[in-house]
Ligand binder design. Structure first.
Ligand code: FAD
Ligand code: DLZ
Ligand code: SF4
Length: 507
C-alpha cells in the first residue's frame, strides 16, 4: 500500500527527512491552502515566492518519476487546510500512512498530532543541531548565551577551525565589525530573477487573492528554485561578503540591502542549506577573497544565531510566543502598516519592508523593534507584524527574535539587557536623521527625537526591574544626573507623544 509523504511549503529540499526513503508506490502530497496562506496576512511576495517554489519543486520530483499530488489554491475541491488535504488524499489513495518532516511551528505540529491518520513526524535534519542536542546543551545552565553554543557548533562542523583552534586565533571578531554608515555602497544588491511562466501564473493568483495584504507584489525578483538560490548565494559571497562584517549594522535611507545576504528566505524554505552557505563563505576566507571578520561574523549568524534561536523556540514550548514579562499593552500604531509618520527611520524601514518583504537585522532590531519596546507595544502585536511583513518569517525563527531578543518579553532568557537605545544609536549607524522632521540632538522640547524621550520613559517605567542590572547601571546614572525639571519634562513629553500616537495623530 502506498504512503503519503507530505512536503510543506518551507520544506523544499530533496534532502528532507520525509523524502529519505521515498519508494515506489509512495505519493508526495503538496498543497497550497488558505489556512497556511492566511494565518497571518503574509506579504504577497512571500506567498508568491513559496507557491512558485513549491510548484517548481513538485515539477522536479515529477521529472524524477515521483508521483506527486499537487493541490493548487484555486482547485475547487481544495479543503483549505493541510490536515484536510491529508484526509482527502488518504481517501483518494486508500492509505492512512503519512510521513512528514516535523513543521517549524507548534500550531501545525499539534494539528498533525490530532490528525486521525497513522502519521509520523520525523525530525527536521536541515539544521546543524538536533532539537535534542540543543536541549542537552541547555540543561542545567543558569544562562543561555549564544556565544557558548556557537563555539560548540564551530567544533561540531569544523567550520573556521584550524585543528582545535579557531581560525584567525579568535572565536569572535565582532569588535572589528559594526562600522557606521558607509555613505556609498559598492555592491549592486542581491541577484534578481525575471519571473518565468510558473511564477507569472502564481503572481496572478496572489494578486487576485492576496492583493490587499500589506506589501508590493511586483516587481517580483526572488529566486524560486535551488539553482537560482545558489546563484544568488555565489554573487553575495563574491561581491558582498568581504564587506559584510564592516557594515552589517549600518543603515542607509536609499539602500535596502547594503552588504547583506538576502538569503534567509531561501534557507528557511529549504532552497539553501546552512552548511553549504557556510562552506561557501569559509572557502572565500581560505582563498583570501574575504577577511576573517566578515566570514566569521556571517557564519556566526547562521550556525550561531539561527540555530540558537530555533533551539530556544522548541525548548520553551508552545506558550513562549504569548509571553509579556514587561506587561506592555499599547496597540501597534498604523505607521507600521504604512500610515504617515514624521520619524524618518521608521518610515524608511517600513517603506523598504513594503517594497521588498525585507529589512535587515538592525532595522528590525534597532528601529522597528526598539521603537515598539520603548513605546510599550504589546509583544504579540509586534510579533504578528513581523510575521506578516517579511519573506523569511516563520514562527520557529520569529519568536525568540521578537519575544526574546527584541521585546524582552521573556524576561531576559535571550538577552542580558533589553535592546533599547535613544536616537543616538540610529544617528551613528545611519543617515536617516538628516532627512527627519525631528532633531536627534534635541533631547526635550520642540522637535525632540521621540526615541530620546521614550528611551528615558522606558527606563523610568521599568526602574525596579532594571536598575540593579550591571549592564544598565550607566544608563540609570545618566538619567539620575539630569536635573529634576528636565527629567519631569522628558517624562511628560514622552507621555504626550504616546497619547497622541494612540489617538492616531501624525507623530
Ligand atoms: P544576513 O544579514 O545576510 O545574515 C545571514 C543569515 O544569518 C540570515 O539569512 C539568517 O539565516 C541568519 N541570521 C542572522 N541573524 C539571525 C537571527 N537573529 N536569527 C536567525 N537567523 C539569523 N530571521 C529570519 O530568518 N526570519 C525571521 O522571521 C526573522 N525575524 C526577525 C525579527 C526580529 C525582530 C529580528 C531582530 C530579527 C529577525 N530575524 C529573522 C533575524 C535576521 O534579522 C534575519 O535573519 C536577516 O535579517 C535576514 O536577512 P539576510 O538573509 O540578508 O541576513
Ligand atoms: C507560509 C506558508 C504559506 C504562505 N502557504 C503554505 C501553503 O499553502 N502550503 C504549505 O504547505 N505551506 C505553506 N506555508 C508554510 C507553512 O505555513 C509552514 O510549513 C509552517 O508555518 C511551519 O513552518
Ligand atoms: Fe529616527 Fe529620531 Fe533620527 Fe528622526 S531623529 S530619524 S526619529 S532617530
Amino acid at each position: 500500500m502506498s504512503r503519503l509523504i507530505l512536503v510543506l511549503g518551507d520544506q523544499l529540499t530533496r534532502n528532507l527527512s520525509a523524502l529519505e526513503d521515498l519508494g515506489a508506490g509512495d505519493v508526495v502530497l503538496m498543497a497550497e491552502v488558505m489556512e497556511e496562506a492566511s494565518y497571518v496576512p503574509h506579504h504577497p511576495k512571500k506567498i508568491a515566492f513559496l507557491f512558485a517554489a513549491m510548484r517548481k519543486f513538485a515539477a522536479g520530483l515529477r521529472e524524477e518519476g515521483v508521483e506527486v499530488r499537487y493541490v493548487t489554491l484555486d482547485d475547487s475541491e481544495n479543503s483549505g487546510s493541510i490536515t484536510g488535504e491529508l484526509l482527502r488524499a488518504a481517501e483518494a489513495y486508500g492509505t492512512d500512512e503519512v510521513i512528514v518532516t516535523q513543521p517549524g511551528e507548534w500550531r501545525l505540529i499539534e494539528a498533525l498530532d490530532d490528525c486521525p491518520l497513522r502519521l509520523t513526524q520525523r525530525p527536521d535534519t536541515r539544521f546543524v543541531a538536533k532539537r535534542s542536542e540543543f536541549e542537552t546543551w541547555a540543561e542545567g545552565r543558569s544562562e543561555l548565551r549564544m556565544e557558548w553554543f556557537y563555539r560548540e557548533m564551530r567544533k561540531k562542523t569544523g567550520l573556521l577551525m584550524d585543528g582545535d583552534d579557531p581560525a584567525g586565533g579568535q572565536w569572535n571578531f565582532d569588535h572589528d565589525n559594526r562600522k557606521a554608515n558607509p555613505g556609498e555602497i559598492a555592491y549592486g544588491g542581491p541577484m534578481q530573477f525575471t519571473p518565468d511562466e510558473i511564477t507569472e501564473d502564481v503572481l496572478d493568483l496572489v494578486e487576485a487573492r492576496f492583493g490587499d495584504n500589506f506589501g508590493d507584489l511586483r516587481p517580483f525578483w526572488f529566486a524560486t528554485d535551488q539553482g537560482e538560490a545558489r546563484r544568488a548565494l555565489t554573487r553575495f559571497v563574491k561581491e558582498a561578503l568581504p564587506l559584510f562584517g564592516d557594515y552589517q549594522d549600518a543603515m542607509l535611507d536609499e539602500e535596502a540591502f547594503l552588504y547583506h545576504g538576502i538569503i534567509g528566505l531561501y534557507l528557511n524554505a529549504g532552497l539553501l542549506e546552512p552548511l553549504e552557505v557556510c562552506r561557501a563563505a569559509e572557502e572565500a576566507y581560505r582563498s583570501g577573497d574575504a577577511p576573517i571578520n566578515a566570514v566569521e561574523g556571517f557564519i556566526r549568524q547562521i550556525i550561531g544565531w539561527r540555530e540558537f534561536i530555533r533551539g530556544i523556540y522548541f525548548l520553551q514550548g508552545p506558550d513562549y510566543a504569548q509571553r509579556n514579562e514587561l506587561g506592555h499593552g499599547r496597540s501597534l500604531p498604523d505607521f507600521y502598516w504604512g500610515a504617515e509618520t514624521k520619524m524618518r527611520c521608521i518610515s524608511r524601514t517600513v517603506a523598504q519592508t513594503r517594497e521588498n518583504a525585507y529589512a535587515h537585522h538592525i532595522q528590525r532590531l534597532m528601529v522597528t523593534g526598539n521603537f515598539a519596546l520603548l513605546a510599550g507595544i504589546e509583544p504579540q502585536q509586534v510579533q504578528h507584524w513581523y510575521m506578516s511583513v517579511y519573506a523569511d518569517a516563520y514562527e520557529w525563527v520569529m519568536s525568540a527574535n521578537v519575544i526574546g531578543m527584541s521585546q524582552f518579553a521573556d524576561g531576559g532568557l535571550m538577552a542580558s539587557k533589553p535592546y533599547v537605545s535613544s536616537g543616538n544609536y540610529i544617528a551613528k549607524m545611519s543617515d536617516y536623521c538628516k532627512g527627519c522632521a525631528y532633531d536627534v540632538k534635541t533631547k526635550v522640547g520642540e522637535g525632540a527625537c521621540p526615541f530620546n524621550l521614550l528611551y528615558w520613559a522606558f527606563l523610568d517605567r521599568h526602574r525596579e526591574r532594571f536598575e540593579r542590572n550591571p549592564r544598565m547601571a550607566q544608563m540609570y546614572a545618566t538619567f539620575d544626573r539630569m536635573d529634576e525639571e528636565k527629567r519631569e519634562a522628558v517624562l511628560s513629553e514622552a507621555e504626550t507623544f504616546l497619547n497622541r500616537m494612540a489617538q492616531g495623530a501624525l507623530v
